[in-house]
Design a binder for this molecule. Structure first.
Ligand SMILES: CSC[C@H]1O[C@H](OP(=O)(O)O)[C@H](O)[C@@H]1O
Length: 332
């Protein structure tokens, strides 16, 4: 008999806390070995935190940016200036713009930015929980599930997106093992491993290059990843390496799912409009402070790539699972 694991919400990881007119963030640069907090007193602190990935993950940076604009209102800063600064932190995750625009709309209607930010925060928690409840039904007892980057509680307000599906399957007594891509160069796989270890969910870390070999050996049952932006045509923007996984999954006939809230959908932009973030080359050339390549080496450091709809089995949302060519069903 499957015993549903009861998890008390107070022990679940929450990377974002609003307290006494301060934004308190888990400093994800210090994980997995140190759990430390970064306190934001103004919108510039929040902009720094987003740009330097103190906080990261599409939904999480949206919520953080919303509170950043709220701090600008509380500190009586120039709201337009704050909006522009926060908007220019990272270009790919649509959630950042969705949250900032919602707060700006509230402000222009004479409403409290802070109240709107709190609503966005609460909604994100509820939506990520729902994504887990919906997606859990896709998971079979005994599944080996591969995931990429960190689409967990640390990338959202709580629960996560891809990891919410995995958590809910585990809490419902399904025996699963998670294969965790380390995800060079920022190694967000270590964040995923931190979350899974924290909750006792079995996992194995692999180098990104090992994924294909495991699929070839028939040792991966499903792949579930997050997303930073999903277009109307079903194209998914996610952490660099996602596209390679999707091609391999197609070749090996392995279901490839994307888990994301409706706030990650961008029904207006076309592919040519989307900026794929390129980050500091030092992230690739150095590991901590050690130069890994010959002095003066050049490199690419794309933070995201794009996966076409035809490589995606289904998109798991709070409103249900849809095929990538059925997205508009979600917005009826
Ligand atoms: C739940 S969305 C998480 C999404 O964000 C990550 O990017 P980054 O760590 O650079 O903010 C990655 O693309 C994840 O899939």
């Amino acid at each position: 008999m499957k015993i549903k694991k009861k998890i008390k919400s107070e022990i679940l990881l929450k990377p974002i806390i609003w307290e006494d007119n301060k934004l308190i963030l888990i400093d994800q640069r210090k994980l997995p070995h140190k759990l430390e907090y970064y306190v934001c007193h103004n919108y510039k602190d929040v902009a720094f935190a987003i740009k330097e990935m103190v906080v990261r993950g599409a939904p999480a940076i949206g919520v953080a940016a919303a509170y950043g604009l709220a701090l600008a209102e509380i500190n009586e800063d120039d709201i337009e200036e704050a909006y522009k600064t926060l908007k220019n932190t990272r270009p790919t995750a649509i959630n950042l713009f969705y949250a900032l625009d919602r707060c700006m709309k509230a402000y222009k209607e004479g409403k409290s930015i802070l109240e709107e930010a709190k609503r966005i925060h609460e909604e994100d928690i509820h939506v990520c929980k729902k994504i887990g409840e919906v997606g859990e039904k896709l998971i079979d007892d005994g599944d080996v599930i591969l995931t990429h980057c960190n689409a967990g509680a640390l990338a959202t307000s709580m629960y996560g997106t891809a990891l919410s599906v995995i958590r809910h399957a585990f809490w419902n007594g399904k025996k699963i093992i998670v294969i965790v891509d380390e995800t060079r160069p920022r190694l967000q796989g270590a964040l995923t491993a931190f979350e899974l270890k924290y909750e006792g969910i079995p996992y194995k870390v692999i180098t990104d290059n090992t994924a294909g070999f495991l699929m070839q050996k028939g040792e991966v049952d499903k792949i579930i990843v997050g997303a930073d932006r999903i277009l109307k045509n079903g194209t998914v923007y996610n952490k660099i390496g996602t596209y390679s996984l999707a091609v391999l999954a197609k070749y090996h006939d392995i279901p490839f799912y994307v888990a994301a809230p409706l706030s990650t959908f961008d029904l207006k932009s076309k592919e040519e409009d989307v900026i794929i973030e390129e980050r500091d080359k030092k992230e690739v050339l150095y590991l901590k402070d050690i130069l890994l390549f010959p002095e003066g080496s050049d490199c690419y450091n794309f933070a995201f790539d794009k996966t076409p709809a035809e490589l995606i089995t289904g998109i798991i949302t709070e409103k249900g699972v849809v095929k990538p060519n059925e997205i508009m069903k979600l917005f009826k």
